[in-house]
Design a binder for this molecule. Structure first.
Ligand SMILES: [Zn+2]
Length: 226
């Protein structure tokens, strides 16, 4: 016999418990509250969110709640820490790629949160990070030198342009460091810097003039040679 509906004394329909294929009452999901699920360890109902997701299990959740799972893990760890650590390690190694993929996926979904978190984290840990970087550089000096060298070689043109631009502008610090080579540190006055700057500009102009003349003289030679 299949019961379609039951009515209480006042004629209101009574929600029937879900039945298993064998006719028993299915305990997993609460008979009247679909958000409650049976925890087979605590022998009581908890909210769906209290269970971790298990893709291939009924209702997509674990048989016992998160709280029990956590306590169980702790208990197992206390019983045999080495065994549990080894299991965790094996799991990590076996699922490295999957875990990385999940992390990446999660970060992609929560980009704005991650960005904000990183900004805050860097701000809070700036001193510590600077300290660590400095220490690492000190411990890896030869690597740092080699890296800088390779970087410089790889960006030679860029550095040349940068240098030319700085030299062309003749800022105080460049002129000063030039003068200090002859005068010694602390003996260079602003007037000396200005004079030196004028001298450099004059020298450059003369050089350009010479080059210009050389170019035009060689033009004349070619013409007269014909
Ligand atoms: Zn539970």
């Amino acid at each position: 016999m299949y019961i379609h509906a039951l009515f209480d004394g006042e004629g209101q329909p009574v929600q029937l418990p879900t039945l298993t294929p064998y006719g028993g009452i299915m305990k997993r999901q609460h008979p009247t509250d679909p958000n409650l699920f049976w925890c087979s360890k605590h022998k009581e109902y908890h909210a769906r969110d209290d269970f971790s997701p298990r893709k291939n299990r009924p209702f997509g959740i674990s048989y016992a709640c998160k709280k029990w799972q956590a306590a169980n893990k702790k208990r197992k760890y206390h019983e045999d820490p080495r065994k549990e650590l080894a299991i965790a390690k094996r799991y990590r190694e076996k699922n490295k790629l999957v875990m990385l993929g999940r992390t990446k996926e999660w970060r992609n979904k929560n980009k704005e949160y991650c960005r904000q978190y990183n900004v805050e984290y860097r701000k809070e840990n700036k001193d510590k990070r600077d300290e660590l970087t400095a220490k690492w550089r000190k411990d890896n000096q030869s690597h740092v030198l080699e890296y800088s060298k390779q970087y410089f070689l790889g960006h030679k043109d860029h550095y040349r342009e940068l240098n030319q631009a700085v030299n062309a502008a003749l800022p105080d610090r460049i002129v000063r460091s030039n003068l200090e080579r002859f005068m010694g540190k602390g003996n260079v006055t602003p007037e000396m810097i200005e004079m030196a700057r004028q001298r450099i500009i004059m020298k450059r102009t003369l050089k350009q003039l010479k080059e210009w003349r050389k170019e035009h003289e060689s033009d004349r030679d070619v013409i007269s040679g014909e």
